[in-house]
Design a protein around this ligand. Structure first.
Ligand SMILES: *Cc1c(COP(=O)(O)O)cnc(C)c1O
Length: 383
C-alpha cells in the first residue's frame, strides 16, 4: 500500500512502513539482526544498532504516527523508556510531581533512585488541578502523569495539567500504557512526551519486553544521542520485529479487550459479592465525563474490591479457572493479581491502593466464559 492510501489508524497499523522495493517484495519486513552496518562502499545512514536499526525504525514509524507525534524511539523495556524520558528533563536537585498510585517502579525510580542526585517528589491524587498547582516549586522540572492509573483507574485532566505546566515552564510526561495510542493521544493536549510499556497491549502476546517514547523530533534526537545511546537500553531487532507483528492486530485486539472489559466491569458492578469496581468505561465512574473527553475507547484492565476477608478473597482468586495469577497485563490471556491484599491502613494511604483491591486483565477469551468463572468463584468464596 502506498503511503498516500493510509487514511486510518487501522491502515497504518497494517501497512505503514511497508517497503517492498527495499525488502525484495517481502510482505513482512526482515529482521536486521545486526550490531554493525558497514559504510565502505555506500553509506546507508546506519552504523550501529545501539543508535539505530532499520527493523526498529519500522516499529517507531508506526507508533509515532499512531500517537500523532513527530518521532518515536523504542527501548528495551517500559522502564528503560520511562527512566530515559525522566532523565532527559531532570537535573541535580530537581523536583517532580507524580500521582501517588503511579506504576510502582516509576515511582521508585523518582523517589528512591533519583534521590541520590538530590531529586524530590511530591505525590498527589491527580484528580484536582489545584493539588498540582499547590505542589509546584521553583525547581519543579516535570509533572509525571499516568492516566488512567493502572491500578485504581482514576484520571488526570491532560489538557488542564499541560496548560498549567506550560505556564510555569514545567515539562509533562505521561505513561499512556493503559489506553494505548489507539484510545488516547496526549500530545494533542499539549503533553510533551508520551511513554508506553510495549510489554502490555502493544506487544499483546506476553512474549516481548519493550518500551517507547513519542514526542518532537528535537527532543527525540537528543534522547537518541544521550539517554538511549549512553544508557544503552535500546530495543533489539528481534523484539522490534515481534512488536511490528503485534501492532498489525492492535486495533482488532483492543476492540475485543474493550468489549470484554466493559461486560466484565458491568457484571462485577451488579454482583452482590462486590463492593466497588474501578473502571473508567463505567458510566458510574466519578470521572466518566473527563474520560469521554480525552479518550476514545477503553481497554480491558480493571479492578474491584470483593466483599470478604483476606482468606475468602484469596480462595476466590485461587479457584478461578480462566485467570492465571500474575502482575503483568495486556496479553491475550486473562490474569488476576492482588495488590490490595498486601496493604494495611497505613500503606494503603501511602500507595493509594485500597485494601482488598483485586486487579484483572481481561483477555481475549469469550466474555461469557470469563463472567461465568468470576460469578462462580465470587459465590463460592463465602462457603
Ligand atoms: C508494566 C508497566 C510499565 C513498565 O513496563 P516494562 O516493560 O515492564 O518495563 C510501565 N507502566 C505501566 C503502567 C506498566 O503497567
Amino acid at each position: 500500500m502506498d503511503k498516500d492510501d493510509i487514511k486510518s489508524k487501522e491502515d497504518l497499523l497494517a501497512h505503514l512502513g511497508d517497503d517492498y522495493d527495499r525488502f525484495l517484495g517481502a510482505i513482512v519486513p526482515p529482521i536486521f539482526q545486526n550490531s554493525l552496518f558497514t559504510r565502505k562502499t555506500v553509506n546507508h545512514g546506519y552504523t550501529y544498532t545501539r543508535v539505530s536499526n532499520p527493523t526498529t525504525e519500522i516499529a517507531e514509524m508506526k507508533i509515532a504516527a499512531l500517537e500523532g507525534g513527530e518521532e518515536a524511539r523504542c527501548f528495551s523495556s517500559g522502564m528503560a523508556a520511562i527512566s530515559a524520558a525522566l532523565t532527559y528533563y531532570l537535573e541535580k536537585d530537581s523536583h517532580v510531581i507524580c500521582p501517588r498510585a503511579a506504576y510502582v517502579p516509576a515511582k521508585a525510580f523518582l523517589e528512591t533512585y533519583m534521590k541520590k542526585f538530590g531529586c524530590e517528589v511530591t505525590l498527589v491524587s491527580g484528580e484536582s488541578i489545584k493539588e498540582f498547582e499547590q505542589a509546584i516549586r521553583p525547581n519543579t522540572k516535570v509533572i509525571y502523569l499516568e492516566s488512567p492509573l493502572s491500578n485504581i483507574f482514576s484520571l488526570q485532566d491532560l489538557k488542564a495539567i499541560s496548560s498549567l505546566a506550560k505556564s510555569y515552564g514545567i515539562a509533562t510526561i505521561i505513561d499512556n500504557t493503559w489506553a494505548t495510542p489507539l484510545y488516547q493521544n496526549p500530545l494533542a493536549y499539549g503533553i510533551d512526551l508520551v511513554v508506553h510499556s510495549a510489554s502490555k497491549y502493544l506487544g499483546g502476546h506476553s512474549d516481548i519486553l519493550g518500551g517507547v517514547i513519542i514526542g518532537s523530533k528535537q527532543i527525540l534526537e537528543s534522547i537518541t544521542n544521550n539517554e538511549r545511546s549512553l544508557f544503552g537500553a535500546v530495543m533489539d531487532p528481534h523484539q522490534s520485529w515481534l512488536l511490528i507483528r503485534s501492532l498489525r492486530t492492535l486495533a482488532v485486539r483492543m476492540r475485543q479487550h474493550e468489549e470484554n472489559g466493559k461486560k466484565v466491569a458491568a457484571f462485577l458492578e451488579g454482583h452482590s459479592q462486590v463492593s466497588t469496581v474501578y473502571y473508567p468505561g463505567l458510566p458510574s465512574h466519578p470521572q466518566y465525563e473527563l474520560g469521554c473527553r480525552q479518550m476514545s475507547g477503553y481497554s480491558g484492565l480493571l479492578s474491584f474490591v470483593p466483599k470478604g476477608d483476606k482468606q475468602q478473597i484469596m480462595k476466590m482468586m485461587k479457584s478461578l479457572r480462566y485467570f492465571e495469577e500474575g502482575p503483568s497485563w495486556g496479553g491475550f490471556e486473562s490474569l488476576i493479581n492482588s495488590p490490595g491484599l498486601w496493604v494495611n491502613e497505613e500503606t494503603s494511604l501511602l500507595s493509594g491502593i485500597p485494601i482488598g483491591l483485586m486487579r484483572i486483565s481481561v483477555g481475549l477469551e469469550s466474555a461469557e466464559s470469563i463472567i461465568e468463572d468470576l460469578d462462580r468463584a465470587l459465590i463460592e468464596m463465602t462457603r
